[in-house]
Ligand binder design. Structure first.
Ligand code: HEM
Length: 357
């Protein structure tokens, strides 16, 4: 019966070459193989986001009623707190997993020819994840969300000409208001998914096309000494086991630290002390603050944003700079650059938290 259905579909859609390709796919097996799970972990959390996001949309009401609808979801609707907490925790875990995935790809030098587009599409996905986080943060319209968004939007305001653009496009006026909320909602549930999903499809298609990259230590070995395992069922089963661990971690965090709701935002009240962005914006926030001590005022922010721009450009250009030989000076310089970048991110985040807590 199943075979008849399969043949009926195959005659029309010719799916058997795709199935054959998937069944033949192999994954390198070596001492760094555990890093291959991280892309899948990002994917798992993304799927959790889609499902819980759709469930939240059933009760969330963008507009003047937003805060009240989130209060109902959190304290009145059955399991509403669970869905909201899972959505928020999974967002944080997803961004954390994307960072781990990016640095593991970096240190395995998996951005090299022919995987440059994997690197670039990945960077775009990371940027989109961060905008997802920033836009989602405002949606409850509580005090914390309101002031964090106000601070966040004030940063690009420092760039010449940006203030009007941000007021017109994002904030919907000179101050964060329900017009901003409406825009952020559209961004969060329509614009970002519409860009993210096809880009993710492209990213995953590239992985199928090129297969998993070998780290330099494995590439140095003769081909006969390299080991690999079939993707189906061996690696897929391991992937599932890792997803189960990710689900357990998520459940634990949600049960122990369910998301709360602050008081409703009030633009007339002064900002609460120690207002700070989410952890994944903390290093940039702190870098701007430190630079502000050296070059005060708008010029400091302007220089800071310029430095970020150049830094991101260099990070994106890595596959062009270090494209082939593992033992070259360029390869070593790139590894040092990555180590320095990682250390700066961690250090600035820690200093940022010490200052605000
Ligand atoms: C939502 C975000 C992302 C998702 C869902 C995702 C998903 C995946 C998956 C499932 C794989 C195959 C398994 C693996 O090698 O881990 C992969 C590979 C890859 N990803 Fe991502 N990824 C994301 C973000 C990124 C970022 C931020 C970068 C780097 C800037 C990146 C660069 C790459 C590269 C170069 C590969 C190929 C690795 C190899 O050949 O071994 N990805 N990604």
């Amino acid at each position: 019966m199943l075979q008849t259905v399969y043949r009926w579909i195959d005659e029309r859609l010719e799916i058997s070459p795709i199935i054959d390709h998937a069944l033949k796919k192999r994954v390198p097996d070596h001492k760094h193989s555990a890093w291959y799970y991280w892309g899948g972990i990002c994917l798992f959390f993304f799927m959790v986001q889609v499902v819980t996001g759709i469930l939240l949309m059933i009760y969330y009401r963008p507009g003047p009623d937003a805060y009240d609808s989130v209060r109902q979801i959190t304290y009145e609707i059955r399991f509403g707190w669970l869905i909201r907490s899972v959505h928020a925790w999974s967002a944080n875990l997803m961004i954390g997993a994307v960072f781990v995935h990016m640095f593991s790809v970096f240190f395995m030098k998996a951005y090299r020819n022919p995987r440059e587009f994997g690197w670039w599409s990945g960077l775009a996905l990371l940027a989109l994840c961060m905008v997802f986080g920033f836009s989602g943060y405002l949606l409850p319209m509580d005090e914390l969300a309101f002031f964090a968004t106000r601070v966040g939007l004030a940063i690009p305001d420092a760039l010449p000409g940006m203030s009007q653009l941000i007021s017109a496009l994002l904030r919907g006026g000179p101050e964060v208001s329900s017009a901003t909320l409406q825009r952020f909602f559209a961004l969060h549930v329509v614009v970002l998914p519409a860009i993210f999903v096809p880009l993710l499809g492209f990213h995953l298609w590239l992985v199928q096309k090129h297969g998993n990259a070998l780290p330099p230590s494995e590439e140095a070995k003769p081909a006969a000494e390299r080991r690999s395992i079939p993707f189906f069922p061996n690696f897929a089963m391991r992937d599932m086991a890792v997803w189960l661990m990710a689900l357990n971690l998520l459940a634990l965090l949600v049960a122990l630290f369910p998301l709360q709701l602050d008081v409703a935002a009030d633009a007339l009240k002064p900002a609460p002390v120690g207002i700070h962005p989410e952890w994944y914006f903390m290093s940039q926030f702190e870098a701007l603050k430190l630079l502000g001590h050296v070059i005060p005022g708008t010029l400091g922010e302007f220089v800071g944003l310029g430095v970020f721009g150049v830094g991101m450009g260099m990070w994106a250009a890595i596959p062009l700079f270090d494209s082939r030989v593992t033992t070259s000076l360029r390869a070593r310089l790139t590894t040092w650059f990555g180590l320095l970048f990682l250390a700066a991110l961690i250090l600035l985040t820690i200093i940022g938290y010490i200052e605000v807590l």
